[in-house]
Ligand binder design. Structure first.
Ligand code: PLP
Length: 391
């Protein structure tokens, strides 16, 4: 079936919230995906920072197949080994002496859980960043700092103040002893891979310590090794009170998590919260396999090497204002060029990326990307840009 046939059926049967994509993907292996007409692409978007070890990774296939052949789903009335093993592993990765995990099915759900946890402080006020993206369910949307996404669905949760990202003085003014939590992305992904000044997260940690507000880091996009660190805040040597995760966490399967650290790990009592699919055995098996692939392949270090290479080669191209981000979460800021059009051209030449803003191209390939695939991206991107600039 042709891509256009899929599009016609999609139009008739799916709601219009995503618009209509131009291609239907039928299979993938590693970073290479194929559309319904047999055309191959290098997937440099990774399901928007989600396929952390690529498509059809043998370790994921093995772990998922074994798990689903033994036990596919259990309710939260029962334990299973995978959910405990994964919680223990995530706690180990945080380096915190005491933490507890709540598993959910998505990033929005993980942030909803953080929001509810923060009510256990006895406070209701929240501080978040302008431009931030924390999800689209009504609680998460209340945290999201993008007015175009919020406006059609007002009124949202009361008591959320949005302040400029990266501005510690604004944070100091906004946070008080009435603040339940501050929620911040270590790098704002959907806003166009916006990196805060060094010391920003440490400054927020100090403000939260002084006021008793929970410091929640939304690591849904930056997490699971994407930035060359496990969560994306480690360069500031702080430990937040809460970490939320999803996307790469499930190794391509749906999984979210809210890790509560220190005293707030005791806030939820029996009956306070729940999610039917949270901690599903198959998703947990995939997650553990993905973590193991990342550890064994030393993929955090590799991500930093790729970051250097991409920044060095793309940063000098005519038409590029800035290459920002960390590890394999990179935003390429263009000068006088339509990023959506460049993304479309790249797709035509066999590279998948997206344009989170009118002037930014985002790349978030699997951590398993090879040096040769990085070179291929650089070469195709350079020629697409050259073509766009040359009249
Ligand atoms: N938080 C961040 C930082 C995100 O980037 C996203 C999704 O892009 C979310 C939360 C929401 O995640 P989900 O789409 O899984 O609900």
């Amino acid at each position: 079936m042709k891509n256009s046939d899929f599009a016609a059926r999609w139009d008739q049967s799916l709601q219009a919230n995503y618009g209509t994509p131009t291609i239907a993907l039928t299979k993938g292996k590693g970073l290479v995906v194929q559309d319904s007409e047999g055309k191959k692409y290098l997937d440099f978007l990774g399901g928007i920072a989600t396929n952390i070890v690529g498509h059809a990774h043998p370790a994921i296939i093995k772990a998922v197949s074994k798990q689903i052949s033994e036990l596919s789903h259990v309710s939260n009335f029962y334990m299973h080994a995978g959910v405990i093993e994964l919680a223990e592993k995530l706690i180990e990765l945080t380096g915190a002496p005491k933490a507890r995990v709540f598993f959910a099915g998505s990033g929005a759900e993980a942030n909803e859980a953080a929001l509810k946890l923060s009510r256990r402080t006895g406070r209701t006020k929240i501080v978040a960043a302008i431009g931030a993206f924390h999800g689209r369910t009504m609680g998460a949307l209340s945290l999201t700092g993008q007015s175009d996404k919020r406006k059609p669905f007002l009124p949202l949760l009361k008591g959320v103040t949005h302040i400029p990202y990266g501005d510690l003085n604004a944070m100091r003014r906004a946070v008080s002893h009435k603040t339940a939590m501050v929620i911040i992305e270590p790098i704002m992904g959907e806003a166009g891979v916006v990196v805060p000044p060094q010391g920003y997260l440490k400054g927020i940690r100090d403000i939260c310590d002084a006021t008793g507000a929970l410091m929640v880091l939304d690591c849904v996009q930056t997490g699971m090794g994407r930035t060359g660190q496990w969560f994306g805040f480690e360069n500031e040597a702080i430990i937040p009170d809460v970490i939320t995760l999803a996307k790469g966490l499930g190794g391509g399967l749906p999984l979210g998590a809210m890790i509560a650290i220190g005293p707030c790990s005791e806030y939820f009592k029996a009956g306070d919260h729940g999610s039917t699919f949270g901690g599903n055995p198959v998703s947990c098996a995939a997650s553990l396999a993905a973590i193991s692939v990342i550890e064994k392949g030393k993929l955090l270090k590799a991500a930093l090497v790729h970051e250097k290479r991409i920044k060095k080669s793309i940063g000098v191209l005519a038409g590029v204002a800035q290459v920002r981000g960390a590890g394999l979460l990179i935003g390429i800021e263009l000068i006088n060029l339509d990023a959506k059009k460049i993304a479309k051209d790249l797709q035509e030449f066999g590279i998948l990326v997206n344009a989170p803003t009118p002037t930014t191209i985002r790349i978030a390939p699997a951590l398993t990307v090879s040096p040769a695939q990085i070179e291929k991206f650089i070469s195709v991107f350079s020629s697409v840009l050259k073509r766009a600039i040359t009249p």
